[in-house]
Design a protein around this ligand. Structure first.
Ligand SMILES: Cc1cc2nc3c(=O)[nH]c(=O)nc-3n(C[C@H](O)[C@H](O)[C@H](O)COP(=O)(O)OP(=O)(O)OC[C@H]3O[C@@H](n4cnc5c(N)ncnc54)[C@H](O)[C@@H]3O)c2cc1C
Length: 445
């Protein structure tokens, strides 16, 4: 057997690539991951990341606990508050905070134990194409690997996806500054009393724990630029009274905040993780939301490899199943939130007061991923709150229009994604309608 021929070659060995590699190797396939960074530098772009406890079992993730080098802390409850720091809504879910670099190394170790090879300091350079079809990758100064399927798990820059030839079936768009969340994390040590864990959606700011028991991470995630995120943070500090703290350090990073490519598959190609813009629409987190798609992708790929057909048509089921499981709901939530954030500070205050959009049911639902499911009672409550707001002039007609547009577009997008074409034959018509709906949604303010 040719030594450099693999069933699957994956680009990127962070959370997505390591998970994909381990899963396919455990199914008995010959898998190799190529990673741009050295083993020492891998995963060091962030210190802490969070995963909900229930997701460890769901995705077969290694469980870590107090005392393990990967473990940082856990918490069970957070609050979400109005712009004037009122009407706190409670979200209950046990969340585990972990050190990213250590956890990725653990995931790499498990992938290797499952039989997956990993080569570090090995950047992807280009595809090997034969008759217009991907047959492998060139990397690390012209080295070559042949593969039945190449999987792009290279993160937000999505170098392989962007290097696909035009018309290959997966969009090659760049995730531009307008399509990213610029996240600034302030690691702080409180000098007096420590505040409760809280989030303020109006300022896109939150307080989360960190490894220091008297400290916290004050995070802000905004579109456009780090400067814009800092502007909003300055406003937050003016408006919300946070106890005095000492700044220990600042971390910065970006995460995709845009719709995923309509199709994740081409001939012998799959895109996943941040490279596939699979982050949650409410907060930009993407570690486990990507696993929802990867779980489907690994099952479909297994079927395809067994049949010896990894064409776009054969892999297409990944798109359909993903949209049913998560894609349609994420699309709907993204549309609603993009419109809702156009409201003014006082209108946000009213939303919290009257449980319009920002209510506990919504916040607990979006934390879990599914779209906001409104009962008739919920809808009547919203209508009552909105009408009261209009009568008392606390809600403008313009904002009401945004809210109604968001709800309407969210509903249309959900239906459209659930009707994703059964084969690539009618994809173009589907994509035209989807793009029209997304144009109406616009970009996050
Ligand atoms: C500040 C901040 C805080 C966050 N907090 C959370 C959180 O608490 N929970 C959560 O779920 N998500 C969080 N996220 C989002 C989360 O970090 C990402 O969604 C997730 O890490 C994406 O994983 P990935 O493996 O797809 O991509 P990445 O982690 O970006 O990994 C891509 C890998 O590919 C490698 N690579 C890139 N180009 C090449 C190339 N040309 N050749 C070979 N290899 C290449 C990179 O070196 C990297 O190792 C946060 C994001 C930020 C910015």
């Amino acid at each position: 057997m040719q030594e450099n021929l693999y069933d699957v070659v994956i680009v990127g060995a962070a959370t997505s690539g390591a998970w994909f590699g381990r899963t396919m190797a455990a199914k008995g396939y010959k898998v190799k991951i190529i990673e741009k960074l050295s083993e020492e530098k891998l995963g060091r772009r962030l210190d802490i990341f969070h995963v909900a406890k229930r997701e460890f079992e769901r995705f077969g993730l290694p469980v870590v606990g107090e005392g393990d080098p990967e473990w940082a802390f856990s918490f069970d409850e957070t609050l979400t508050s109005s712009p004037h720091n009122n009407y706190p809504k409670v979200t209950r879910d046990t969340i585990v905070g972990m050190h990213m670099a250590e956890y990725i190394l653990l995931m790499n170790k498990l992938a290797i134990e499952a039989g997956c090879e990993i080569e570090y300091s090995a950047p992807f350079e280009d595809f090997i194409m034969e008759d217009g079809v991907i047959k492998g990758v060139k990397y690390a100064g012209g080295k070559e690997l042949y593969a039945k399927v190449v999987v792009d798990c290279s993160g937000v820059e999505s170098v392989p996806r962007r290097a696909l030839p035009e018309g290959y079936g997966v969009e090659t768009f760049e995730v531009t500054p307008e399509d990213k969340f610029y996240v600034v994390l302030r690691y702080v040590h409180f000098l007096g009393e420590k505040p409760a864990l809280n989030g303020w959606p109006f300022y896109k700011t939150w307080i989360a724990p960190c490894a220091d028991p008297d400290g916290a991470i004050i995070g802000i995630g905004a579109c456009h630029s780090y400067d814009y995120a800092e502007e909003i943070y300055a406003q937050f500090e003016k408006d919300i009274n946070i106890p005095q703290y000492e700044l220990t350090r600042i971390e910065r990073g970006t995460t995709p905040y845009t719709r995923p490519p309509y199709s994740f598959v081409g001939d012998n190609f799959i895109v996943s993780g941040d490279a596939g813009c699979l982050t949650k629409p409410n907060n930009g987190e993407g570690v486990t939301s990507s696993m929802v798609q990867m779980e489907i992708a690994c099952d479909v790929l297994d079927e395809c490899l067994k049949k010896g057909d990894t064409s776009k048509e054969a892999l297409w089921k990944i798109n359909i199943e993903y949209n049913k499981k998560q894609g349609a709901d994420f699309a709907s939530t993204r549309a609603i939130l993009t419109k809702a954030v156009n409201a003014t500070r006082d209108e946000f205050e009213l939303f919290f007061e009257k449980d319009i959009i920002f209510n506990e049911k919504f916040l607990n639902n979006v934390a879990d991923g599914p779209e906001i499911k409104f009962s008739i009672g919920d809808a009547l409550g919203i209508v009552k709150g909105v009408l009261g707001g209009l009568v008392s002039k606390r809600l403008s007609v313009k904002t009401l229009k945004y809210l109604l547009e968001g709800l309407s577009l969210g509903g249309k997008l959900k239906k459209h994604y659930l009707n994703f074409p059964k084969t690539p034959a009618t994809y173009n018509e589907w994509a035209i309608v989807a793009s029209d709906l997304w144009n109406q949604v616009g970009k996050m303010k």
